[in-house]
Design a protein around this ligand. Sequence first.
Ligand SMILES: CC(C)CCNC(=O)[C@@H]1CNC[C@H](CN2CC(=O)N(c3ccccc3Cl)CC2(C)C)C1
Length: 322
Amino acid sequence: AGPRNGTAPTLLTNYLDTQYFGEISIGTPAQTFKVVFDTGSANLWVPSYKCSPLYISHSRYDSSKSRTYIANGTGFAIRYGTGSVKGFLSQDIVMVSVSDIPIIQVFAEATVLPAFPFIFARFDGVLGMGYPSQAIDGITPVFDRILSQQILKEDVFSVYYSRWVLWGGSDPAYYTGDFHYLNVSKSGYWQISMKGVSVGAEMLFCKDGCSAAVDTGASYITGPAGPISVLMKAIGAAEMAEGGYVVDSGDHRDLPPGTSITVCVSSLQQSQYGEDICVVAFSGLDIPPPAGPLWILGASFIGHYYTKFDRRNNRIGFATAR
Ligand SMILES: CC(C)CCNC(=O)[C@@H]1CNC[C@H](CN2CC(=O)N(c3ccccc3Cl)CC2(C)C)C1
């Protein structure tokens, strides 16, 4: 079967401009899960039916209900920047798009999930869209399994405004002009070299170039804490207790357009504890070497562009979204 013209979309749900997730199914008959499509990791996991029922608000995979389940049992642990997920490996048929792209996939059934941040997660699991070199236990990632089926028009996937992932191509109906391509700067990561960070015409940071991960699984733009705090002062943002920044919801100040790639990131409208506050789409995060120092361009950046992740040419293309 396979996607009609070699491409297929997976629609994403946007929760509070901070969590973007789409639906996949695992097993026969299909068990559906909401997953974050995360270019910053390369494994697929969903909560296991064997997981403590504390997470009843999340869907859990029950292998005993799937005719196509194949046991594996190898231990699994993945350490994200925000916490670890532990479990064991299983194999079953995974469908990533309603227009049927079935693949046989090794994934993890999570049995240990830290309450924070998972209880705030509106999604059930994570589908890593990173390179195989990032995959824990050397498991072939979902996108690589799809590529090896030779059913896609191009060896790429595109993200439009964080509204959907398009497997196998890009759709000119949703962008104008050409793609501005940036080569992947570190093989095995969706990482690029940034020429600088400026507010208006003034280059403030990263004057000699720096690295940035293009990370669909992250909500905001993060940079080293020092430069970020200077940037926040430049836009008159106040620091929150837990490290984020807010600006008066009155002045929705979008940063003045940048130079090569416009980083005009508006503040987010997020209601917390009842009242509405504008959380600026930046936060400070010091990533230690060897991975860091590293800027993270998350959904609040990617959402401004039509972004093409090109595995054929190991490059990322940015076009102006319509
Ligand atoms: C290569 C890999 C092994 C390490 C580096 N990659 C990374 O840390 C990722 C980079 N992209 C963003 C991503 C955000 N994460 C945020 C988050 O809290 N999560 C999470 C963690 C623990 C329990 C439950 C959850 Cl939901 C999982 C989730 C949503 C994926 C992290």
